[in-house]
Design a binder for this molecule. Structure first.
Ligand SMILES: [Zn+2]
Length: 491
């Protein structure tokens, strides 16, 4: 690959809607702006009526501080809210309450693919309303349901060099928000919104010397990566033609997989920030911060590390299971049931084998049903106890893997216990050697051509004969024993 003579400097601004009960400065319900009807969760405060006073949401402040602690930030002991003044019809007060020079959290970091990405600051502000442009109409409507929803803004240092790093950062941030239960951080639903700043500079020059282009309207992790990669390519081409990159705001158009110019920046915005006079400054003690730190759950990175050490799971299984806090909890509930069954002597197989099987079946089988039914692990009918029982039957060879899939599907559908399903559907594995020998002999007698092929060196024939035995036993034959018998008889 030809090395580009340009290097990229990329920073991100990420907004995350917090899932508090009420809005940021009033007691209107926080429906995250996803309400079906417009303007239902509004009041005089969040619609900016004269004479109203904002009261900060304590929970939202704690949520941002917890995110700050999880992201290795320093928490300010003195902080305040400021007014950011600008006019736009979705902003009823004519200003947004945000934080200017004293954000709640500063100087954090997150590791992405072995590289440290600096976090400049995390602050708290209020979301705006939404403008609706009815098709064909000559007017615009405004919906204030989202106005005043608590919004966390995270600003990174310009430490990213490519789209992949930025995507991984966003994905990790989503996991952390979900672990902390402060937001679902779902990009498709607008809970999490990313803006990217990209500039290019020549090798050896100042990293910040290039012209900065801002890309907005990115609504999936994949598009974060694609938008950045596209923009690097576009700017490289502009510079190689000897032209100048225009300082502007662009949007990502996923249909065309391209960024398109939205607005050319003529001058810097002057928001005339000043301290919000209606909200006293915030003060926090070391004890308060320490109490919050103690409330932090085990975070994704720590859990992944522990799962590797404690359960010896494959990297792929760990990634799937530990990415979802609830799934990880279900897995550990299953494991404690597995251990219980071992101590009761109900399962003969060794514990390691049961742990690995539990993880494999969650990742390959259970996930399949969850995705197909669009359900989360919290909604399923299978108790960890029944799940562990199923794993015990597989580990002990009472049922083979194809029968296990049938049993699991039935468990998923009805919530019945596996033993019941196995006897009702007559799925117990046939491991009786005498019985299997008879069946194998019948299959060999009925397929002389395949026997000949196998002896002539066509090993594929063994698979075919195996399949015949399986269909003769309706899939219940113990495959290990059948293979042994087949190989013996075919010698
Ligand atoms: Zn309100």
């Amino acid at each position: 690959m030809l090395m580009s003579k340009y290097q990229s400097t990329i920073g991100m601004e990420i907004h995350v809607e917090l899932k508090t009960e009420s809005k940021m400065f009033c007691d209107s319900k926080n429906g995250l702006g996803l309400e079906k009807e417009p303007n239902v969760n509004i009041c005089p405060v969040c619609t900016g009526q004269p004479g109203t006073l904002p009261v900060p949401n304590k929970k939202a402040i704690e949520f941002v501080q917890m995110a700050g602690l999880a992201l290795n930030c320093q928490l300010r002991k003195e902080s305040k809210f400021d007014r950011k003044n600008y006019f736009y019809p979705d902003l009823p007060k004519g200003y947004q309450i945000s934080q200017y020079d004293q954000p709640l959290c500063e100087k954090g970091k997150m590791e992405v693919g072995g590289k440290e990405i600096g976090i400049t600051r995390i602050h708290l502000e209020e979301d705006t309303g939404k403008l609706v442009h009815p098709k064909g109409a000559d007017h615009t409507l405004v919906d204030f349901n989202r106005a005043g929803v608590p919004l966390m803004e995270l600003v990174t240092e310009p430490d990213f060099e490519n789209g992949t790093e930025a995507r991984l950062f966003c994905q990790k941030l989503q996991q952390i928000c979900r672990y902390l239960e402060i937001s679902e951080a779902d990009m498709e639903k607008g809970h999490m919104r990313c803006e990217v700043n990209i500039s290019l500079h020549k090798e050896g020059e100042d990293r910040l010397s290039g012209t900065k282009v801002e890309v907005k309207n990115i609504n999936s992790f994949r598009f974060v990566e694609k938008a950045i990669d596209y923009e690097i390519k576009r700017q490289t081409e502009v510079l190689e033609k000897g032209e100048k990159v225009v300082q502007e705001t662009r949007g990502y158009d996923s249909d065309r997989d391209a960024t398109v110019s939205q607005r050319v920046k003529e001058e810097a915005h002057d928001y005339r920030y000043f301290p919000e006079p209606d909200i006293p400054p915030l003060k926090f003690t070391d004890d308060q911060i320490e109490l919050l730190r103690r409330r932090l759950p085990e975070l994704p990175e720590a859990k992944k590390k522990r799962f590797a050490e404690e359960y010896n799971l494959s990297a792929e299984n760990i990634e799937v299971i530990a990415s979802d806090k609830d799934l990880a909890e279900y897995f550990e509930d299953v494991i404690s049931e597995v251990k219980e069954k071992k101590t009761c002597g109900e399962v003969a197989a060794d514990e390691k084998k049961c742990v690995t099987l539990s993880a494999n079946y969650i990742v390959s089988e259970l996930q399949k049903h969850l995705v197909k039914n669009n359900q989360s692990i919290k909604e399923i009918k299978i108790t960890p106890e029944n799940y562990a029982e199923l794993i015990g039957f597989v580990a002990d060879g009472k049922i083979n893997s194809s029968a296990a899939q049938i049993v699991l599907e039935e468990m998923y559908r009805t919530g019945a216990d596996p033993e019941h399903i196995i006897s009702e559907k007559n799925l117990a594995q046939v491991s009786d050697e005498k019985e299997l020998e008879n069946i194998v002999q019948k299959v060999l007698d009925a397929n002389p051509k395949s026997v000949e092929d196998y002896r002539a060196g066509k090993t594929n024939a063994l698979q075919f004969l195996m399949g015949q035995v399986m269909s003769a036993t309706k899939g219940k034959a113990n495959p290990g024993i059948v293979t042994e018998i087949l190989k013996n008889k075919l010698q």
